[in-house]
Design a protein around this ligand. Sequence first.
Ligand SMILES: Cc1ncc(COP(=O)(O)O)c(C=O)c1O
Length: 426
Amino acid sequence: MKDQLALYGGPKTKNTPAYPMYPGGLEIGEEERKQVLEVLENKYLFRYYGPKGVQSKVALLEKEFAKKMGSRYALATTNCTGALITALTACGVGPGHEVLVTGYTFFASCAAIVAAKAIPVIVEVDETLTMDPVDVEKKITPSTKAMVVVHMRGVPCDMDRIMAIAKKHNLMVIEDVAQAVGGTYKGKFLGTFGDCGCYSFQYHKTITAGEGGMIVTNDQRLYDRCMGYHDTAACWRPDRFAEQRYEGELFCGTNYRMSELTGAVMLAQLHKLDSLLSRMRKNQRRIIDQIKNTKGIKVRPSYDEKGDTGICIMFYLEKKELVQTFVEALVAEGVPAGGVYNSGLPDWHIYAHWKHIIHKMTPTPEGCPWTCPYHKGPEVQYSEDMNPNTLEYLSRVVHLDIPPQMSDEDCDLTAKAINKVAAALL
Ligand SMILES: Cc1ncc(COP(=O)(O)O)c(C=O)c1O
């Protein structure tokens, strides 16, 4: 059977072209062009002012995004990292606080906590590859102020349990929805469960302007504080020199304002979100239906299958030693795939590679935030093997992107290739 594999000289299963994973990026067309040209023709390039009588694209995007997600407020930002730092700061995270975050996420989710002057505490993922509520409970200390809850690779976290833990321990919840825009949990959009939800519109994400981000919240005070922080000190409020209306409304911030050009592209992209999601979900389901009973493979479980955005398929093999050859065999069959941990490549999505955190690398010698005098309790320590479950799951998983551009034939050939490789190797 092995000699039938393309890896060993047999016939290749899939000869149709593979699409790169730029779901919204590859769909950029007339709608984006029209929106951007309008900005240029109107000469209105800054969201807070410009020639009279022109509607700000960023303001319109915020309005439409909030409506789509079912949230009271939305604030557009330059990117999701800026959105996370802004949301954490608005939530009152700062010196002396610990913030929980998972060890399987893009490094930015963790770096944002340090940028907000707090200390990250890295928790395990469970088999869904999202935050493990059991480990969350174990890692809460009197210094824990918040959690960054990451809906990783398109799937929702266990929001019922996470929100119950947050309530019990009085923790703020910031959802990182960078990789799951449009995903849902029990019918409600991700990003709308916690105190703030943060999204990314970077080029690899479902909808994109190359760079871009968004924060949603239902809380007016959090919105005001996010708005102020992302705009240096709420400099461009309608009444810009007004006194603060309540304690904590005004303070020094930074600049994460979204540009009108980005807002224009994102307006067009937002209108394409539903179509992208339904195509990715259809493709994902079509492939999973053909591999879910295959011997030796276990498709990543989910807390809500319907809420998955469909951006990828991840499945487990029984032994990590099988992953490398399985992936090479799939690639030889014409199906781009990858392992996650131990695939020979350092990966910014796995805590074991976050040397800046593990070695507490800081821009100045004082070691802030880890040496913060406001921090009570034992110093937080890290090591490459501190979260063994996370590494165990990630070392056994195979990952495939599911671009919306795939045809039914592409999906069927992909499933056929997985089954062929599984039959030969497992
Ligand atoms: C889970 C997660 N969080 C945050 C980010 C940061 O997003 P941005 O590049 O928009 O700052 C990313 C980007 O890849 C991500 O995947």
